[in-house]
Design a protein around this ligand. Sequence first.
Ligand code: NAG
Ligand code: NAG
Ligand code: NAG
Ligand code: NAG
Length: 615
Amino acid sequence: MEKAVKMLKPSSILCVFVLIFSAISVDRAVAEGVTPDEAKQLRDEVREMFYHAFDGYMEHAFPLDELRPLTCTGEDTLGGYALTLIDSLDTLALFGDRERFAASVEWIGKNLHFDINKTVSVFETTIRILGGLLSAHLIASDYATGMGIPSYDNQLLHLAEDLAHRLLPAFDTPTGIPFGSVNLLHGVDENESKITSTAGGGTLTLEFGILSILTNNPVFQQVTKNAVRGIWARRSKLNLVGAHINVFTGEWTQKDAGIGTSIDSFYEYLLKAYLLFGDEEYLFIFQEAYKAAMHYLYNDPWYVEVNMNSAVIVWPLFNSLQAFWPGLQVLAGDIDPAIRTHAAFFSVWKKYGFTPEGFNLATLSVQHGQKSYPLRPELMESTYWLYKATRDTRYLDAGREMVASLQYGARCPCGYCHISDVVSHKQEDHMESFFLAETVKYLWLLFDLAAGSDNLVENGPYKYIFSTEGHLLPATPQISLVNEHCSYFGAFCKNDDIRKRSRISDISVDPQEANNTLHESWVPNRFPSDPLYRNFISVSGVIKGLCPGLTHGQKFGVSYLAATDTDNEDELTKQQESNVAQSYSLLVTNIANDSQPNDNKNSDDAQEPNQGNSE
Ligand SMILES: *[C@@H]1O[C@H](CO)[C@@H](O)[C@H](O)[C@H]1NC(C)=O
Ligand SMILES: *[C@@H]1O[C@H](CO)[C@@H](O)[C@H](O)[C@H]1NC(C)=O
Ligand SMILES: *[C@@H]1O[C@H](CO)[C@@H](O)[C@H](O)[C@H]1NC(C)=O
Ligand SMILES: *[C@@H]1O[C@H](CO)[C@@H](O)[C@H](O)[C@H]1NC(C)=O
């Protein structure tokens, strides 16, 4: 990126500024608002998309892992155990498809086994298989969900327990951070790599934690918490974590800190493990980690990758996995930056019709070698959460565009195809299981919410936490231990006068009604170079909790806390005005004098960031 910095010219500052913001304001101008009728149609269209792909899988690929939707064949991609079916189970239940849900659960209970000589990714197996089995188990075994199965006898739970036992040998390392892969029959292979990603080691707590509760065996919860502690203990002085670590020595072998590739869901599970289990240790780690991310990685509205020790920018790059972050911020109650970041990420989607794996913020073009769109769900996920929190119809418009892109660009004979190049929209003969577990699930939830939701997630007997694979993990009294964790209001900011300086703008309003309360008190722009902004981070990200008496929105952080101290706001505003140019130069130091799409300038000399295993 040295070159990019040298080529900096004032004209480029303007270009970038205009480009980013014109995309956003055009958005607003065009937003006509999806009507409830249209939302219903879109919801049904998304449901049809699911069945096109699911039926294609069942007909042409099952029981292999994944569908090849162009040639209408199948392939084993993970362990050879009907991956796509397992990943689809709770989507079937969410759609109320009792027949197919029950038939699938029955088939899996009868036919699946894990005593196979395959070496598999601990991370992918946990989030896709273990998470898929557990979420389906918790639905099938519980009549309160409306999808209980009479003949069900905990078969999926037993499978999940057996699988988790087979993954346990991976955790036997000096640091407690697990190996990336393990053989389901023999344990860790003799020559297994000792390098794993932060996401790979730190995204196991929800699934293993639930398994511990359901089986009364604490070992699963213990090893995964240990892994998180092992990673966090090795954070830099800046409270940043790197991307890859040696599980024996604890040395970072890849020191790029970021919120996307290789790290993403580490942050996600810190907050979600707290929300689901009420374990405050995760909350405290999340607070520190989140603060550091907002301080060093956030270049409003983008996020960059920096060296974890020096905070020097290494990658001014949007990567598509980062798109989950605004959704996480909604859960953390930090909605202002989420809105701006989502708008920026969506402007990339609009530019190409899909988000490329990498988008270079210096050249404002697709990053060399990262031009594919493998049907990823992260932008849909954030769109759903932001709609849920704000009820702003711009998110429905965004969802409508995503559906249109998928229908016109990715639909292929037996399912949906990966896009191998977002510029040419060339299709590839592959369909990741997460398309059915997440991508269509979040789109369907978005439109169902707008159409007047009647589904398990919005109106079910429990609140649900979504795993990083989009699986529904219920905060049942058994799992979330709600009554024991009521004391943390204000814990995020550790500031006693938080209540005086803030007000909960929709304290008595369930998000379903909260359509008009969120906009009034926005302070539209805050910049990270502003010292007041840093203070604001510590007061805006108040995480609301699982205490009885709170509304759904408050329980899961999807209600909005606005700063109302007016003196403070005036100062903020003044400060912002004088800081605009300065703070944009933060972003702009990485901007080349080239705002036209350009595939090779300034990128060939750059090493490709490692595509980690975080899905
Ligand atoms: C497991 O697979 C490996 C390599 O595929 C093979 O060398 C080994 O003999 C197999 N072990 C068993 C018990 O089947
Ligand atoms: C592991 O590596 C050693 C040394 O390179 C080699 O001798 C051995 O055959 C390898 N084992 C396996 C199972 O590949
Ligand atoms: C939005 O809020 C207004 C005022 O509270 C209410 O009358 C209206 O029904 C709400 N609309 C929706 C879609 O919830
Ligand atoms: C900057 O871009 C302009 C317009 O694309 C071009 O004419 C000019 O030569 C560029 N300057 C440098 C230093 O590359």
